[in-house]
Structures are given as structure tokens and as C-alpha cells.
Ligand binder design. Structure first.
Ligand code: NI
Length: 167
């Protein structure tokens, strides 16, 4: 296992659209192990392959308190959604920046697990938000890009300032 480098916004590679996983192989399982280790070490509650510069449809999530319920979603598809929620979100690719995004409150997602077996999951609350946030990464979208141009410009300015002060 290895801790992978997480792309930092506004890296253009975060806008890459991931392709579906053709077959869940040992190589994909090794990627999942590395992504999980990277997410837990960060620490974060979700990570999409896009964020570690691998452009295939793989997500790892763990929203449990004990950090012992790893959820793997390969080729995820939202097959039903309802309601509206606006959680305050953050992202390992946009450190120190938090803000609200309007999303569905409940989602039903269909995906493959690490063994390549299909499953369907009903999610609500933080898990539903996290699934939608990570699926956006696979589509090349970062959560701050839901915000107004002005708020995005301010976010970029804050990130640049932070970068300078840590160099
Ligand atoms: Ni993110």
C-alpha cells in the first residue's frame, strides 16, 4: 500500500472526465487499497480516483465515526434521487476551504464493489452528499465550481495566499 499524491485545485487534471472500469482486476484493487490508505491518512471521508490522477471511475468513502466502514464504488450511477440538502462541504483537493452546495437529500446508487459484484445502495445525510461530491470529481467537477464566479475568484486568491505563506 502507498499514500498517493492528491491533486490540488486549480490543477487542470481535476477537470479530466474518468472512464468506466472495464474489469475489476487486481490492479484496480491495488488502486483501491492505496486510495483508502490515502483517504484515511489525510484524513478525509471520501476520495475519487481523479484526485490521485487516475482517470477511471473508482471512489472510496468512509463516513463512519469509527473509520472502519470502507465503501468502494466502481462505475457508480445514481439511479434515483429526491429532496434537497445543502451541507457545508470540504475537499482534500481544496484544503481549508468549506462551503455549501445544493444537492439531492436522498440518492440510490448502483455500482460494483471491489470484487466486481453489482450492488444498489440507498443513501441519505452525509453519505448521500459525499457520494454526489465524489461522483462530481469523476465527471471533472470540483465542489467550488458550483459557486458564483466572485466566490470562486475569492477562493483562488485565498488558496494562492496560503500557498505563498507556507513556502
Ligand atoms: Ni473532493
Amino acid at each position: 500500500m502507498a499514500i498517493l499524491k492528491i491533486l490540488q485545485y486549480p490543477d487542470e487534471k481535476l477537470h479530466t472526465v474518468a472512464i468506466p472500469v472495464a474489469q475489476v482486476t487486481d490492479k484496480i484493487r491495488a488502486l483501491i487499497d492505496d486510495m483508502a490508505e490515502t483517504m484515511y491518512a489525510a484524513p478525509g471521508i471520501g476520495l475519487a480516483a481523479t484526485q490521485v490522477d487516475v482517470h477511471e471511475r473508482v471512489i472510496v468513502i468512509d463516513t463512519s465515526e469509527a473509520r472502519d466502514e470502507l465503501l468502494v464504488l466502481i462505475n457508480p450511477e445514481i439511479i434515483a434521487s429526491s429532496g434537497i440538502s445543502d451541507f457545508e462541504e470540504g475537499c482534500l483537493s481544496v484544503p481549508g476551504i468549506y462551503g455549501k452546495v445544493q444537492r439531492a437529500e436522498l440518492v440510490t446508487v448502483k455500482a460494483l464493489n471491489a470484487q466486481g459484484e453489482p450492488f444498489v445502495l440507498d443513501a441519505d445525510g452525509l453519505l448521500a452528499v459525499c457520494i454526489q461530491h465524489e461522483m462530481d470529481h469523476l465527471a471533472g467537477k470540483v465542489f467550488v465550481e458550483y459557486w458564483s464566479r466572485l466566490k470562486q475568484a475569492r477562493t483562488l486568491a485565498r488558496l494562492k495566499k496560503k500557498l505563498r505563506s507556507t513556502m
